[in-house]
Design a protein around this ligand. Structure first.
Ligand code: DLL
Length: 436
């Protein structure tokens, strides 16, 4: 029991809106006071002439400074630690960076709260203590492994910490132990399914009923394709190391956007240029403030992830707001011949075709000062009927659709199944060789 609440935090999950907001106000005041214990925020508040007593409710969030990844890097290793090192029980780092990573610290209470959030997510998707859960993402500094692991244990599930990779063993474990809930990146789940099809096997025969898929952007079309291949229900899971990791946003069975647990995170969506809030429901950069973290509170963290708050209440009756599927990261946006393109826009088109497999790469080069985009796709296992004419026709059709989507000519290269590099973790979808 945490704060008199059961292990999945049902009390917070069901909170009416007004109670949720008044809880947030109290939690924000506590968070700011805690943050002031760190060297970084104590200096930052002084620089900004901010008195922590000026923060009286959630509306005062706008008085607080933003925090960026660069701030985290500059305060590396422990500048943002707000408790004595004795209280730290674990640290993680954020992924995908070169040079110094950003280090995130957790107290025992932080780990308990994070586990509760993850248990809440899994329970919301319909998982129970009777289910067998295979965790197919990397363990270690990456938060996907341990984050889901602790949450699934908290729920009382039978947990198989398979980690990433070794596809043959993954399939064997799923079969031998009757796994019915999995966690993976969508690109890896696709790889496993295609391997099975290629080997004459059927992913549906695994009997998986729930898949938790996240850690990277993917389109609705990709979700539908995966659901069709496996016969499971796929739940989008969003999070980032700076905000613990997974467990920030998660879909309910209506699959209509990700509920953000607002008892733990305060949500803002801003225009990244003006830093002002966007109009209700408009796309902008997601900014998050931790409301429960003790060892390392983070205030107004600029995630760089682009999304919007969905209007209307969810039919599931939870009052926690919902975010639309991430459009991408502002730093993932490609500018090709002056046009802004998100890899997700390309994926949306590709995934509508059943003859195309789930792996693809967007390849950018420059020829005589002109940007060239080539999309490399694989034929889905078993989809080639031997006719080159059909293949040519399909390629031309795809080229036209991509041109309609982005507004300029896009080359298409069709490859044999299994020719493109596979990642066991986050997929690398763009290879940009244009130089600066
Ligand atoms: O990827 C945490 C995580 C693990 C989330 C497992 C979900 C499942 P980082 O490695 O710090 O943390 O990367 C965070 O990944 O800012 C997004 O850009 C991206 N991302 C994560 N989940 C999604 C998602 C983990 N569902 C960064 N859709 C974030 C789109 C996602 N992008």
């Amino acid at each position: 029991m945490i704060d008199g609440v059961d292990k999945t935090g049902t009390f917070y999950e069901q909170m009416p809106r007004n109670e949720l907001e008044s809880f947030q106000s109290k939690a924000l005041i506590r968070t700011v006071a805690r943050a002031a214990q760190s060297q970084y925020y104590s200096n930052k508040f002084k620089e900004n002439g901010l008195d922590v007593n000026d923060i009286k409710s959630r509306d005062d969030i706008v008085k607080l400074p933003f925090t960026t990844k660069e701030d985290l890097r500059l305060s590396y290793p422990t500048g943002m630690l707000a408790v004595s090192p004795m209280e730290v029980v674990r640290m993680h780092t954020s992924s995908g960076t070169t040079g110094k990573p950003t280090a995130i610290f957790h107290s025992q209470e932080d780990i308990d709260n994070w586990s509760e959030l993850m248990a809440r997510c899994l329970a919301m998707a319909g998982a129970t203590a009777n289910d067998v859960f295979q965790n197919m993402t990397g363990y270690g500094l990456f938060t996907g492994g341990l984050g889901l692991h602790y949450g699934a244990e908290r729920l009382g599930m039978w947990v198989i910490p398979a980690g990433a990779g070794n596809t043959t063993r993954q399939i064997m474990l799923i079969r031998d132990f009757g796994v019915n809930v999995i966690h993976a990146t969508p690109s890896y789940a696709m790889h496993v399914a295609e391997r099975m099809v290629q080997d004459g096997d059927d992913p549906r025969s695994l009997g998986i009923k729930i898949a938790v898929l996240g850690a990277e952007p993917y389109s609705e079309e990709m979700r539908l394709k995966l659901q069709d291949l496996y016969g499971f229900t796929a739940f989008n899971s969003y999070g980032l190391s700076e905000m613990n990791g997974p467990g920030v946003g998660f879909e309910c069975p209506y699959q209509n956007g990700m509920h953000v647990w607002e008892d733990s995170y305060l949500v803002e969506v801003i225009n990244p240029e003006t830093l002002q809030p966007v109009a209700e429901g408009e796309v902008g950069e997601l900014v998050l403030t931790t409301l429960r973290r003790k060892a390392m509170p983070i205030i107004r963290y600029r995630t760089r992830d682009l999304t919007r708050v969905l209007p209307d209440e969810c039919p599931c009756s939870r009052k926690h707001i919902r975010l639309a599927r991430m459009l991408g990261r502002s730093d993932d946006m490609l500018i090709v011949r002056g046009v802004n393109v998100f890899p997700s826009q390309i994926e949306e088109v590709i995934m509508q075709h059943s003859w195309i497999g789930g792996n693809y790469v967007i390849y950018l080069t420059r020829k005589e000062s002109l940007d060239q985009m080539v999309v490399k796709v694989e034929i889905a296992p078993g989809a080639f009927d031997g006719s080159i004419d059909t293949l040519r026709y399909r390629r031309t059709e795809l080229q036209h659709q991509l041109k309609d989507q982005v507004g300029f000519n896009v080359g298409v290269e069709v490859m044999e199944p299994g020719s493109l590099p596979v990642s066991e973790g986050k997929a690398k979808r763009v290879i940009d060789e244009r130089g600066v």
